[in-house]
Ligand binder design. Sequence first.
Ligand code: AMP
Ligand code: GLY
Length: 421
Amino acid sequence: MNILLLGSGGREHAMALALAKSPLLTTLFAAPGNPGIAAVATCLALDPENHAAVIAACRAHKIGFVVVGPEAPLVGGLVDALEAEGIKAFGPSKAAAALEGSKAFTKALCAKHGIPTAAYGTFADAAAAKAYVTAQGAPIVVKADGLAAGKGVVVAADVAEAHAAIDHVFGGAFGAAGASVVIEAVLEGEEASFFALCDGNRAVAFASAQDHKRLGDGDTGPNTGGMGAYSPAPILDAACEARVMREIVQPTLDGMAEAGTPFKGVLFVGLMIGRDGPQLIEFNVRFGDPETQAMLPRLEDDFLTLLLACADGTMGATSPRLSSEAALTIVIAADGYPVAPRKGGAIDLDGAADLPGVTVTHAGTKTVDGTLVADGGRVLNVTGRGATIAAARARAYDAAARIDWTDAYYRRDIGARAIGA
Ligand code: AMP
Ligand code: GLY
């Protein structure tokens, strides 16, 4: 079967490496891909959000299955457009992608089905939102309703900061994504991410992970797209995972199916695990980046078979097999990230890429006259595997140190909390 993988980041590189191992694969195509992905796939220069272009590429290359990496094409209805043309795809319909595309939609679903999450209100105008904040008091969380590339959430320490965040959203900072706000109570505990593979009716646990969103060591500095991750998340033990499946994932699947918008794909459950157990912070409808780079090297079953089962509605009752080994991913960014990352510096991966138990994935690179150069904020991901998170971490940091690139910036403390360092 010919496969088309959509996306261009480290997540998609990790997915490409897993798909490339499948016995079901004939030829792997990727669009737009990146120089790392190009080592295992034929890259096509097209925009994953352009439905007509994706459909034309599927016809030209006899694609049997499209795997969608990022959220924007899903929220934009790409899977619906492909299915209307008889092309099978991994990922939810536009209606089901509302689980990520609208925080108000998800909160209403939680309220209807008793799914544990923070108390909230949804508001379409600033005055009503501010009045609610004043009544509730601070700290309080202000969120733009729609997709805001991870920038639409403010955990406000006082009422004035919350009011400013509300003005920011309604001031047009997020375009249509800021047409309404969700205001919610602050949850306390430890954050973790959980991933479930869903076929519309049935869900199976895939893996857990924790990421590091802040730029600097000790969780300081600005929020980023993620500076590192590890899998599994020690806090999500078997009992907690069972609760997440029972109290959050299955009721969501049942609620979506009941509404006539069944959810197929991977459900990324952002959790706060506190004294009362796991509570939902948010859903995403795709794999996490960089969590995927840490999870997929642990997968022992065939990735493509699992993704096909999601699309075909044939998911088995048992969870995929994952290695008991841990994996840890360091994100290597360019100096100046996230404000003004330095681009164009030459990168030499020799000495790092072929180490045992190490995978280097590309997130923001390009090739210029045969030389690999930095071309983004988050540029590379280095994943180490090991018997423990500490062992995986040692491997990842050893490999990162061997990358020859003057502008490399990365955190030195990925996984510190998990290993008590
Ligand atoms: P989200 O985009 O909804 O995942 O929010 C981004 C980040 O904001 C989360 O990873 C949390 O660190 C934080 N956050 C969001 N909602 C809450 C909440 N209700 N309580 C505490 N922290 C939150
Ligand atoms: N690592 C967080 C995300 O993929 O949204």
